[in-house]
Design a protein around this ligand. Structure first.
Ligand SMILES: [Zn+2]
Length: 296
């Protein structure tokens, strides 16, 4: 039997090391590029560029969606990250493309249990053959919905009567102010409360705040992508520990506005932004909100 020379041994050791390095590297890259959202997530704000889309966990591989954004491929990537296979309900806050533009394509590819929209969303813009309920709220009556086994939704805005909504007829401001405002309690071992506000502007927020409704929530989805016109009153009324801002990277609107981010910082509210972090998953653990960012 031929003895291996020291040179051959060095070559063999080098080859084995190289193979191990390649294997380790490929496993590592697979893991980092394909790592899904953490198993216990209760809420996910999807990175859909300049738009809004949020997932509320309602069961195993099951969620409700609030707005769709206008890019189906971005939304689909988020549904995959969240490992969602069924949508028991979709909510559309208002009739602007960055909030419902991907709805038709979504309905073609995912079974949707029920569609809920603002009372001022035209049902002609909804996909055909889908059960639709328009939602409105008043001082006297706050609709409440249950989703899955553990999620409760209170509908806080808009009023049914368009004349009670601020904004000139035909203006973008009026459409923004028809946004659904939802107070969501995501149950489980430790319930997470979220106030989500569509693109509500300051004038409508003022009217909502004048109503007797309780807006306190541990998480606030900041209105209108953090635009200056969304104001700061809602932020102070919710007393939230965490603010979510959905905005496109390098968007032309200057969202979020510095007045809003400064206000949040000055009031000790933590901020998570899709333009900086990609999609954002939340889970209440040991009475603290655990935030997982898709991009670190
Ligand atoms: Zn918007």
């Amino acid at each position: 039997m031929k003895a291996t020379s020291p040179k051959d041994r060095r070559r063999l050791i080098f080859s084995v090391c190289l193979l191990l390095c390649v294997l380790t590297l490929s496993l590592f890259t697979q893991k980092t590029s394909a790592a899904p959202a953490p198993d216990g997530w209760q809420w996910i704000t999807c990175d859909v560029g300049q738009g809004d889309a949020h997932l509320v966990r309602t069961g195993e591989h099951q969620a409700s969606l609030i707005d769709t954004g206008d890019s189906y491929s971005d939304l689909d990537a988020c549904l995959e990250w969240a490992q969602v296979e069924r949508l028991d309900a979709v909510f559309i806050t208002h009739q602007h493309n960055d909030h419902y533009g991907a709805l038709d394509e979504l309905a073609e590819r995912y079974p949707i249990g029920h569609l809920f929209t603002s009372a001022h969303f035209d049902p002609a813009h909804a996909p055909p053959d889908i059960d639709l309920t328009q939602l409105a709220s008043s001082d006297e009556y706050t609709p409440e919905l249950s989703l899955g086994t553990d999620v409760q939704v209170r509908v806080l805005w808009p009023p049914d009567d368009l004349s009670r909504i601020p904004g000139e007829q035909g203006s973008n401001a009026l459409v923004n102010n028809t946004s659904l405002v939802l107070h969501i309690n995501v149950g489980g071992e430790q319930p997470l409360t979220v106030l989500t506000t569509g693109d509500l502007e300051e004038a409508a927020a003022g009217r909502l705040l004048a109503s007797p409704k309780n807006l306190e929530a541990s998480v606030l989805k900041v209105a209108h992508h953090g635009s200056r016109g969304s104001g700061t009153e809602l932020i102070s009324a919710t007393s939230s520990a965490l603010a979510l801002i959905s905005a496109g990277r390098g968007n032309d609107y200057g969202h979020p506005h510095q007045d809003i981010t400064n206000y949040l910082e000055q009031h000790g509210v933590s901020v998570a932004r899709t333009d900086q972090s990609g999609s954002i998953a939340l889970e209440l653990r040991n009475h603290e909100i655990a935030v997982t960012r898709e991009r670190k």
